[in-house]
Design a protein around this ligand. Structure first.
Ligand SMILES: Cc1cc2nc3c(=O)[nH]c(=O)nc-3n(C[C@H](O)[C@H](O)[C@H](O)COP(=O)(O)OP(=O)(O)OC[C@H]3O[C@@H](n4cnc5c(N)ncnc54)[C@H](O)[C@@H]3O)c2cc1C
Length: 344
């Protein structure tokens, strides 16, 4: 009974619609992040892979395991043995039981007839999760609603008044009072903290990334490729389209003012065309979407950026204010559990 009461007391205030932020603009992967192993972020990858298993089991209609192909070319900026080691570690941390394999080049080229053969050295195949990020986020919100959580969409906050015993939120839908305020506004977090003068231990770097939706299916399964500048990008098939992404751009503008940049579109087309037999042009693009993620900077050392998320709890009078910095779509189950533990 007590648990039900606590859940009933939760109110989510969303200024637009559920999943209108980065949670609908991702690469749609439920993954540990193979590339984070390069920066030795083992705990981040390990935790995300535990969450991946949970999400595969809990939402089988929305999260599925797929073979991901990783071709390595002679001019690759990464050494084959390093990639092989990273895949071994990734597979070791993975909980789904599917192992990494080396794939015969001929079999790969037959499966991916639009991919060039030139300079292809070797091909690996490993397993990762794919989802519909919008549908997954909406589903989780619906489940919360069914457990008694109130969700107000298209609601703006005008004022936050922190008093000794209570926090008063003045919103477009009325005034709400609470003892616990969670700031889970993703890349907007610094803007909110500044606007309402809320306590914070970190600041963020805003990194935006675009994805192209191509009007046809280019590949049979997801491909993970290297750009000419050593970045990683994906070519991911959907039922009738292909998603190519992502880019990475540091942003100074407010999140609501961040727009797709032509240079980023050109960059993704150029990088894809290095590998494609048929040249992709702007005419092949159905849609371009942009999302912005929050990467934490320590206030004491702003150059130190991490992909890890941080939970930043402040006590003011009898109130608790919790900032959620960073995080991946994949890691929301672990993050949510930690939030519940911190606030209990
Ligand atoms: C290009 C890109 C690709 C990515 N790919 C992946 C991937 O493949 N897999 C993965 O696991 N992760 C991926 N991520 C990371 C993932 O998308 C994010 O970490 C995650 O969606 C963040 O969720 P969030 O709820 O913190 O933020 P958001 O989803 O951005 O939600 C924040 C919400 O706060 C609302 N808000 C803002 N201001 C206010 C206000 N004043 N009042 C009320 N509401 C407000 C916004 O409208 C928004 O809906 C990617 C991120 C980017 C940018």
């Amino acid at each position: 009974m007590q648990r039900l009461y606590l859940l009933r007391a939760v109110l989510v205030i969303e200024k637009r619609l559920i999943a209108s932020g980065a949670s609908s603009k991702s690469s749609r992967l439920i993954h540990g992040g193979l590339r984070y192993l390069e920066h030795l972020e083992f705990s981040l990858v390990k935790e995300a892979l535990i969450d991946q298993k949970y999400l595969l089991e809990k939402y089988p209609e929305l999260v599925q395991l797929h073979p991901f192909y990783l071709p390595i070319y002679k001019n690759s900026k990464r050494l084959t043995w390093m990639i092989s080691l990273a895949l071994f570690i990734y597979s070791f941390f993975s909980k789904h039981g599917q192992k990494t394999q080396k794939i015969n080049k001929k079999i790969f080229l037959k499966k991916f007839p639009l991919i060039k053969e030139d300079n292809l050295k070797t091909v690996f195949m490993y397993f990762d999760g794919k989802t519909d990020d919008t549908a997954l986020t909406q589903k989780v919100a619906l489940e919360a609603k069914n457990h008694g959580v109130n969700i107000l969409e298209n609601t703006s906050i005008n004022k936050i008044n922190i008093m000794e015993k209570i926090i008063k939120l003045d919103t477009s839908e009325g005034i709400f009072k609470t003892n616990t305020l969670i700031n889970a506004t993703g890349a907007w977090i610094d803007e909110i903290n500044k606007k309402f003068n809320l306590p914070s231990s970190y600041t963020i770097e805003k990194l935006s990334g675009i994805h192209l939706i191509i009007n046809k299916v280019l590949v049979a399964e997801p491909l993970i490729l290297e750009t000419s500048t050593k970045r990683i990008f994906f070519i991911i098939p959907e039922s009738k389209t292909t998603i190519i992404g992502t880019t990475e751009r540091s942003e100074k503008n407010n999140v609501d003012d961040i727009k797709v940049n032509n240079a980023d579109v050109k960059y993704l087309l150029n990088e894809s065309n290095i590998y494609m037999k048929t040249k992709l042009t702007r005419k092949d693009i159905l849609e371009v979407y942009i999302g912005t993620r929050a990467i934490i900077k320590s206030k004491n050392n702003p150059t130190k950026m991490s992909r890890e998320y941080k939970l930043d709890l402040h006590h003011i009078g009898e109130n608790k204010i919790l900032n959620i910095y960073g995080g991946k779509l994949t890691s929301f189950p672990s993050l949510a559990k930690k939030v519940a533990r911190i606030l209990m």
